[in-house]
Design a protein around this ligand. Structure first.
Ligand code: NAP
Length: 266
C-alpha cells in the first residue's frame, strides 16, 4: 500500500486499551505510516473493538469510498469485519507492508425516508414497531404491490449484514460477492385475514423495495441503521435500494468470507 500512508484509528476511549493504542501508534510510525487525528485526511481507517465498532467507524466517517477500512478486534477472536486481532499487531503491519492483503468491496444499502432523509447501511435497515401493537406496511417490489405486512417489523440486510440480525431471524447467509439485499420478517401475523410470504427473500441490486407505512396510528416506528436508530414521527414510506457505493476493506489472503463464517458459527 505504498500510496496509502495516512491512518486514522477509530476507538472508544478505554483506559484498558491505552497501552495497545500507544503500541499501534508507535508501530505505525516505525513502518512509515502517519497517524492522523482528522479522519478527513486519512486514506486508511482502522476501527478497534468488534464488528459494532467497525460499523460505527464506517458510519461516523461517512461511508468513504476513497478509504480503505480495517477492523482490529479486541474481543476473543477476529470477527466478521475485523480481520486482525489486537494481540497480533505485528501480523497486521506485516500484512500491510508486505502486500499480503487483497481488497474486498462490501455493498451498502441506502434508505430514503419520506423523500427527505436518506441513510446508508452496511449491515441492515430495520423497521420495528415502537409500541406493543402490530405494525402494518404495504410492501412494494419496484411498482408491484407484493404483500401487506402486519407484525413487529422487517429487516433489509446487505450480504455482510446477513450474518447479523438477519441470521437471528433465520435469514440466509449471503456471499458478499453477490450484490443484493435480503428482506426478512419480524413476527408476521399470518391467518385468513393477513398473509405474507413468510420466508426471507433476496432482491437483485436493480430492484427497489418500498415500505409504505399504513397510517393507522402506529406510524412512529424505530428505524435502525446498523447500530444506530432514529424514531421519526408519521413515517409514510421508506425506499430502499442497494447503492453502487462499496466499502473497501482489507482481506487477508487466507481469510475469505466463508472462512470467517465457518470460524464464527461452526
Ligand atoms: P450489539 O447489540 O451490541 O451486538 C450485536 C452482535 O452482533 C455483536 O456480537 C456484534 O459483534 C455482532 N455483529 C454485528 N455485525 C455483525 C455481522 N455483520 N455479522 C455477524 N455478527 C455481527 O450491537 P453492535 O455490536 O453495535 O452491532 C449492531 C448490529 O447488531 C446490528 O447491525 C444488528 O445486525 C445486530 N442486532 C442483532 C439482533 C439480533 O440478532 N437479535 C438484534 C439487534 C441488533 P461484535 O461483538 O464483534 O461487535
Amino acid at each position: 500500500m505504498p500510496n496509502r500512508r495516512n491512518i486514522y484509528f477509530f476507538y472508544k476511549k478505554d483506559p484498558n486499551l491505552q497501552s495497545h493504542i500507544d503500541e499501534l501508534y508507535e508501530l505505525a510510525g516505525k513502518n512509515g505510516f502517519n497517524v492522523i487525528s482528522d479522519q478527513k485526511e486519512a486514506n486508511i481507517i482502522i476501527s478497534i473493538g468488534g464488528d459494532g465498532s467497525f460499523l460505527q467507524a464506517v458510519r461516523k466517517t461517512g461511508f468513504r469510498e476513497d478509504c480503505l477500512y480495517a477492523g482490529i478486534s479486541t474481543l476473543s477472536s477476529p470477527s466478521l469485519y475485523c480481520d486482525f486481532h489486537i494481540e497480533d499487531k505485528h501480523h497486521m503491519i506485516e500484512a500491510m507492508t508486505l502486500e499480503k492483503i487483497e481488497v474486498r468491496r462490501y455493498p451498502v444499502l441506502s434508505a430514503m425516508i419520506d423523500n427527505t432523509t436518506s441513510f446508508y447501511c452496511l449491515n441492515e435497515l430495520s423497521v420495528r414497531s415502537a409500541i406493543i401493537k402490530t405494525f402494518v406496511m404495504d410492501v412494494y417490489i419496484d411498482d408491484l404491490h407484493f404483500e401487506t405486512f402486519r407484525g413487529d417489523g422487517m429487516i433489509v440486510a446487505t450480504p455482510t449484514g446477513s450474518t447479523a440480525y438477519n441470521k437471528s431471524v433465520n435469514g440466509s447467509v449471503v456471499d458478499p460477492m453477490l450484490p443484493c439485499m435480503q428482506v426478512s420478517e419480524l413476527a408476521s401475523l399470518n391467518n385468513n385475514k393477513y398473509r405474507t410470504l413468510g420466508s426471507s427473500f433476496i432482491l437483485s441490486s436493480s430492484r427497489t423495495l418500498t415500505l409504505k407505512v399504513v397510517q393507522d396510528g402506529n406510524d412512529y416506528p424505530i428505524i435502525g441503521m446498523d447500530n444506530e436508530a432514529v424514531s421519526i414521527q408519521h413515517v409514510e414510506q421508506i425506499v430502499i435500494q442497494l447503492t453502487d457505493k462499496r466499502i473497501k476493506t482489507v482481506k487477508l489472503k487466507d481469510n475469505s468470507f466463508w472462512e470467517k463464517v465457518k470460524r464464527t458459527f461452526l
